[in-house]
Design a protein around this ligand. Structure first.
Ligand code: NAD
Ligand code: UGA
Length: 444
């Protein structure tokens, strides 16, 4: 099949590579000329395990190409995926200017029947707006061409994006006609080996399913972060509690890890957008407002623990003269993505409290430099930042940090203090290794 994908970002590039891998002819279109030029030369602008290899292979075999030429891409393809960003506007609603911009370009360029697929995360009702924008452009050209709009939200996770796309838990298709449902089934058939969960529904429900999924996951995380807080007050262990509740098949174990707050380009913005959708129809989504508030507070928890452990009586600069070494900057492991990363809030709080900060991350240092500049020190070696630091703070759960050389850490630190925002180690092991260990929701 001939497919064109608008937006060569995380979702667009992964979808383009995976559709090409399954034998389709794919053209990926982006407005960012430098990005497209780079991709043509095999420079992949994001770090995602396995993506670069898949792009290069399919490019080499002639199934995947990159362009800024909308018209040529639209005309060469039957299916047009929209995978551009939907960032939060000032009022929290999803800004649809990129999505509707692409819709208009498609309307201006199309030369026959097309299927337009919304893969971006968009509020309920967006497919109608996409349809309307295309129709307006066709009317301007006096062109009476047929097209269908489909909603096909994407559920991939960064860091596991290729696997999630190639072996999805489910594929949701929102459509109002049988013809496109059959067509989409055919397109996704090669990815249905793990199970056969192709779920076809009406367009509005598909659009809502995407937000509901992210909001549910964010809710679990905020819930667990509060349970962790309560465990600390009551002397219970959140890791045991997770086992205790996750073993109930109605609850399950996933997404019940407490942490420094959820980050990334999606949960924060999608929770905001769903609250905003409620507001637009006079529906007060109180639960999600609380989820968001808990998350904002959670981002302060690590800095607060460090201040309690090391702080002086100086209320304004309690960490003056202290150095904190941070492991992890990206919002989660296996990505260089710093968007809404809890590390931003944590490090800003530490700097505001007067601390010097040194940081390590296996992939995100370049991205972090764009945010912190020279305000903190960076190293590509996780041990180099420890020398004479007053504490090690663990912010991201990279595998590199799971089983480190504890002797080396203890010898390097000025005081053997570890504040762990990801509960990577057993408290009993840390005590016997000679550390003061402060995890989340567990006895230290
Ligand atoms: P991104 O910011 O990484 O990429 C968006 C790309 O679109 C950029 O390269 C940008 O230059 C390009 N673009 C903007 N306007 C364009 C236009 N008019 N024509 C062509 N290209 C244009 O975004 P992303 O993370 O891939 O997210 C895209 C959408 O998918 C969002 O709605 C997001 O919520 C959703 N989503 C993201 C993920 C994820 O893990 N990142 C997962 C599921 C869904
Ligand atoms: C999330 C969803 O998991 C994807 O299904 C969805 O497609 C995507 O958003 C999207 O819409 O863009 P992603 O943001 O890549 O994917 O990352 P997650 O693995 O979901 O993690 C999000 C945040 O939650 C991270 O900051 C992570 O550290 C945190 N988290 C996750 C926890 O604090 N505890 C957990 O148990 C799980």
């Amino acid at each position: 099949m001939k497919i064109c994908i608008f937006g060569a970002g995380y979702v667009g590039l992964v979808a383009a590579a995976c559709f090409a891998e399954s034998g389709n002819n794919v053209i990926a279109v982006d407005v960012d000329e430098a990005r497209v030029e780079g991709l043509k030369q095999g420079i992949v602008p994001i770090y995602e395990p396995g993506l670069k290899e898949m792009i290069l292979r399919n490019q080499g075999e002639g199934r995947l190409s990159f362009t800024t030429d909308y018209a040529a891409a639209v005309q060469a393809s039957l299916v047009n995926f929209i995978a551009v960003g939907t960032p939060p506007g000032e009022d929290g609603s999803a800004d649809l200017k990129y999505v509707l911009g692409v819709a208009r370009e498609i309307g201006r360029a199309m030369n026959g029947y097309k299927i337009i697929v919304d893969k971006s995360t968009v509020p309920v009702g967006t497919a109608d707006r996409v349809r309307h924008a295309i129709r307006e452009e066709l009317d301007l050209r006096n062109a009476d061409l047929e097209f269908d709009v489909v909603s096909n939200p994407e559920f991939l996770k960064e860091g596991a994006a290729i696997d999630d796309f190639m072996k999805p838990d489910r594929v949701v298709i929102g459509t109002d006609n049988v013809r496109t449902a059959e067509f989409m089934k055919e397109l996704y058939e090669p990815f249905m080996r793990k199970n056969n969960r192709m779920i076809v529904m009406d367009i509005r429900s598909a659009e809502m399913s995407k937000y509901a999924a992210n909001a549910m996951l964010a809710t679990r995380i905020s819930f667990m972060n509060q349970i962790a807080g309560l465990c600390e007050c009551m002397g219970a262990d959140v890791a045991a509690v997770r086992e205790g509740i996750g073993s109930d098949s109605r609850i399950g174990y996933d997404f019940l890890f407490p942490g420094p707050g959820y980050g990334g380009s999606c949960f924060p913005k999608d929770v905001k957008a769903l609250i905003r959708t409620g507001k637009e129809c006079d529906y007060d989504f109180t639960l999600l407002k609380a989820v968001e508030e808990v998350n904002e507070r959670q981002k302060q928890v690590l800095a607060d623990k460090l201040i309690r452990a090391l702080g002086s009586a100086d209320e304004n600069k309690p960490l003056e003269g202290r150095t904190i070494a941070c492991w992890g900057l990206a919002f989660k492991p296996r990505t260089d993505d710093m968007r809404e990363a809890p590390a931003i809030t944590i490090i800003q709080s530490l700097l505001a409290a007067g601390a010097r900060v040194r940081a390590h991350d296996p992939e995100a240092i370049d991205e972090a430099r764009k945010i912190f500049g020279d305000a903190i020190d960076y190293s590509n070696n996780q041990y180099d930042i420890l020398g004479d630091a007053d504490a090690l703070a663990i912010i991201t759960d990279w595998n590199e940090y799971r089983n480190p050389d504890f002797d080396r850490i203890r010898e390097a630190l000025a005081t053997p203090l570890i504040v762990d925002g990801r509960n990577l180690y057993k408290p009993s092991r840390m005590a016997s290794a000679g550390f003061r260990y402060i995890p989340l929701g567990r006895n230290s």
